[in-house]
Design a protein around this ligand. Sequence first.
Ligand code: FMN
Ligand code: SF4
Ligand code: SF4
Length: 353
Amino acid sequence: MGINKMLADKLYQKIQIYCFSGTGNSRNVAVWLTQVAKDMNIESHIINIAQIDRLSIEPPDPESLLVFVSPVHGFNYPPIMLHFILRFPKGKNKVVLMNTRAGMLIGKFITPGINGIAFYLSALILIIKGFSIKAILPVDMPSNWISLHPGLNHQTVKYLHEKNKLKVEVFARKILSGKSHFKALIEVYDILLVPIAFGYYFIGRFLFSKTFYASKACNNCDICMKACPVKAIIKVNQRPFWTFNCESCMKCMGNCPEKAIETGHGFIIAYSLFFSLIFLVGFYNYFGLYFYRIENSLLKMLVESLLFLSLLSLWYRIIHWSMRFKIMERIIVFTSFTNYKCWGRRYKALKPD
Ligand SMILES: Cc1cc2nc3c(=O)[nH]c(=O)nc-3n(C[C@H](O)[C@H](O)[C@H](O)COP(=O)(O)O)c2cc1C
Ligand code: SF4
Ligand code: SF4
């Protein structure tokens, strides 16, 4: 499309892009948007929401097109973005919602990630605040969740990066010339994931926050602590310690220069067995009478989940403490899938170029 035609089609004077990114995929999408905006002579700004005061958010310029870009975590936007949208001042701007999801490759076919309720929930909140949604787009960038699956190889990452760049450029030209885009609504099965999305928000994310630890390769450089977007890592006994604030964005794992951060599959599996076999049996024996009187199954689940997380917190402290002993450290590292070459390729997005 010629530049003159683009200018003629130009509808917005400014775009404000609110971005959260753990490992760089969403940041790349934001940068690609600004590149197209520049071609179309539209002013654009990226606001990294991890670096601003999220308790008093400045109202946007009423003339700007607003874009929200974030990864999907547990079938929803991650809490940092969700809470940002909840606190976002009311307005009447046009809004574009984008996410980056877990893309994978089978042959030349990009398998799509899953939005869950990321778009529905944030669109609902923004509509209630007075905004109008003009377009939504999921982008299937390389999955970064190596706690759950083996890390992707470089060719796959490069392929997905290049394909998605083109996809975002086409989308950006379309929306910046005033058109709408709602193809992602075809994925109606997303709505079925409401219970899992809420389960992840209320329980799952806290469990995952307690799966990280630093092995003896850690040299206490503190890079992970400083770079964490939600300041979730603290020092306990001279070792990094992951608090429940962690959003599992994977930034620390991808950036540790010593590759010392692992996901402790072994100690989480051991904890789950311990909890279900020993603790729950004991708990039902002693408190069963009272527990069974609770009619509401949701309440029962809540009690169990709270017990699960409270004990997990204790378990994590014990593991953290016990890692001062070489033998424990070795067992824990040995039972972490991320420690193995075939699984543990750390993920960091390619530069947006
Ligand atoms: C904790 C966690 C949960 C995730 N949940 C989902 C999900 O529900 N659906 C999906 O498609 N991708 C999911 N992913 C993959 C990421 O959304 C995807 O890799 C994203 O592009 C990462 O973006 P970032 O580099 O900007 O952080 C998840 C990743 C992590 C770390
Ligand atoms: S970045 Fe790695 S080496 Fe540095 S403190 Fe964190 S875990 Fe240790
Ligand atoms: S501790 Fe690591 S995974 Fe958790 S939010 Fe911070 S950078 Fe992300």
